[in-house]
Design a protein around this ligand. Structure first.
Ligand code: HEM
Length: 265
């Protein structure tokens, strides 16, 4: 992140930082849930206990390859969820560039394996909700692969402007799974009182599926545009939208922790 001197730049940078902090809370809660839910049954060998919470397929007796894929997928998911944010800490980048490079390699490598494993779970194992959400998660996966490669290539070529952009896009896309959960819970909190149902085969779920990776990408492009725009008004609008996104992220994360994750532990 740059160090803008003018007020409109400063407000934009602060809004982005606020959003990042709210998202960090969501990431910590999600990673904690994954580790706390899967680890006791993994250590005791009681794999059937995975199915104590709803899955698309989950644990299937006898399907050693599929069960192993699921386990590797969720642990790599927790790992990349925890690692990605560290890359935005300027102090690490400046003082310990080797650490930044190694976290980056592990993050991109783990994201590639998690994504390929996700394709296996979806397309080979048949863990699908409906055609639209399958299309959405598959597009999300393809874009993770594209931006992970671009982020790695731009770092290799020492093109750090492009690297920062592609790596941030890869980070947002890798977190699509978490945005989906936060988004669904937020939609539930906002729409259920209005009598609108948020269920797996409804239009709201499909919309949130696509928005879970499209909206963060679009917001990031808006941020980049506002950052270099010569019109202060553009920065004010972007600052407001990112500030609202921070509130929405916090609300969705609290709802996910309270109603989706905590009751399962
Ligand atoms: C690299 C980014 C990804 C991360 C961090 C990630 C993380 C996770 C996590 C933590 C879960 C378990 C969630 C829970 O039990 O509540 C999960 C489940 C799942 N993921 Fe991913 N995932 C990623 C990418 C993908 C992609 C690209 C696909 C598909 C192309 C995919 C397909 C699935 C499926 C089908 C399940 C559910 C399996 C079941 O319930 O049987 N994932 N993912």
């Amino acid at each position: 992140m740059s160090h803008p001197a003018r007020p409109a730049h400063l407000a934009l940078a602060r809004a982005a930082r606020l959003w990042f902090l709210t998202f960090l809370l969501a990431q910590l809660a999600f990673a904690f849930f994954i580790i706390a839910f899967f680890t006791p049954s993994f250590l005791s060998g009681d794999y059937a206990a995975w199915n104590a919470k709803p899955h698309l397929v989950g644990y299937v007796p006898g399907d050693t390859v599929g069960n192993a894929q699921l386990l590797v997928h969720v642990y790599l998911g927790a790992l990349v969820t925890l690692l990605g944010s560290l890359q935005f800490v300027a102090a690490i980048r400046r003082r310990y560039p080797v650490v930044h490079r190694w976290i980056g390699r592990v993050f991109l490598g783990a994201s590639l394996i998690a994504t390929l494993g996700g394709f296996y779970l979806t397309w080979v194992r048949g863990a699908q909700i409906n055609a639209a959400s399958t299309l959405s998660i598959s597009l999300n996966g393809v874009l993770i692969l594209v931006f992970a490669v671009l982020a790695f290539r731009s770092a290799w070529r020492r093109d750090f402007v492009a690297h920062r952009r592609h790596a941030t896009r890869a980070f947002l896309l890798v977190n699509g799974v978490l945005f989906l959960r936060v988004g669904i819970m937020l939609a539930g909190v906002l729409l259920t009182p209005l009598g609108i149902r948020v269920d797996y085969d409804g239009g709201v779920f499909i919309a949130v599926s696509f928005l879970s990776w499209l909206a963060p990408l679009a917001l990031y492009e808006a941020y980049l545009w506002a950052e270099r725009s010569t019109w202060p008004a553009v920065r004010h609008v972007a600052t407001t939208v990112i500030g609202l996104a921070a509130v929405a992220t916090l609300a969705g994360a609290v709802a996910a922790a309270m109603f989706m994750w905590w009751p399962r532990l």
